[in-house]
Design a protein around this ligand. Sequence first.
Ligand SMILES: C[S@@+](CC[C@H](N)C(=O)[O-])C[C@H]1O[C@@H](n2cnc3c(N)ncnc32)[C@H](O)[C@@H]1O
Length: 257
Amino acid sequence: MDRHDLDFLLSDILHCPVLELPLRRDSVLSQEQSALWQEYVDRLKCQEPPQYILGKAWFYGLELEVNPAVLIPRPETEGLVERALGLLQPGSKVLEIGTGSGAIAIALKQSMPSAEITATDSSEAALSVAKRNAARHNCAIDFIQADLFPPQQDSFGLIVSNPPYISPAEYNALEARVRAWEPSQALLAAEDGLWYYRRILERAAACLIPQGLVCFEHGATQRQGILAIAEAHGFACVEAGTDLAGRERYLTLRHPD
Ligand SMILES: C[S@@+](CC[C@H](N)C(=O)[O-])C[C@H]1O[C@@H](n2cnc3c(N)ncnc32)[C@H](O)[C@@H]1O
């Protein structure tokens, strides 16, 4: 079992930050806490992610509800939020495609309250989680169940998305616990893993204002493939970024019309 997972669970039982655990080494667990600890360890042995065990995860300094209907937000996605924030003007209209727990949309709205944010997901169960998270953080976000784009024609200044991007071949090589517990529709993308980028870029220009932007998170080997699709649809690359581990991870694209 992973030490970080155990610490994450123990800190919740002891109601203290993980960093304080060394100071609490001599704590004696009550009977109730011991029973809970045993339950958590048993669930970890079944490979359940600790975030699903506790029903919560941290993203961009925000505590979010998570359950197996939504992807556990990843730290590298905070880099996408930072890029998107650098592109927003007060009052910008933003569309997030594939919102899951609502992590990106909520982080953007918290940092730029005047932004008008619409967020879509095809999963009704994911949207229920996202709506509860937005309510908990007092964020007014228009959540819509849709296949990528909202059905009503609208024009956005920015489309931001961390779509599914794992090809079927890569999916089989993922950690067993990701495959067993996290929703496959949040991870799997047909063909070479670029299926969602193709579908989004085919339609994005029609939903953007002139000079509108698209900001993507993507897999570490996908940059050139996405750039080729983007170019074919008239987009120019504004920025290509890496995550903290130096992996190619983010693309910002602009459409002139
Ligand atoms: C990689 S997850 C991203 C979740 C969240 N935005 C994040 O970054 O943690 C992709 C999300 O896209 C959603 N999705 C998959 N197919 C979709 C579609 N056709 N239309 C809208 N959303 C879709 C999934 O349900 C999932 O919530």
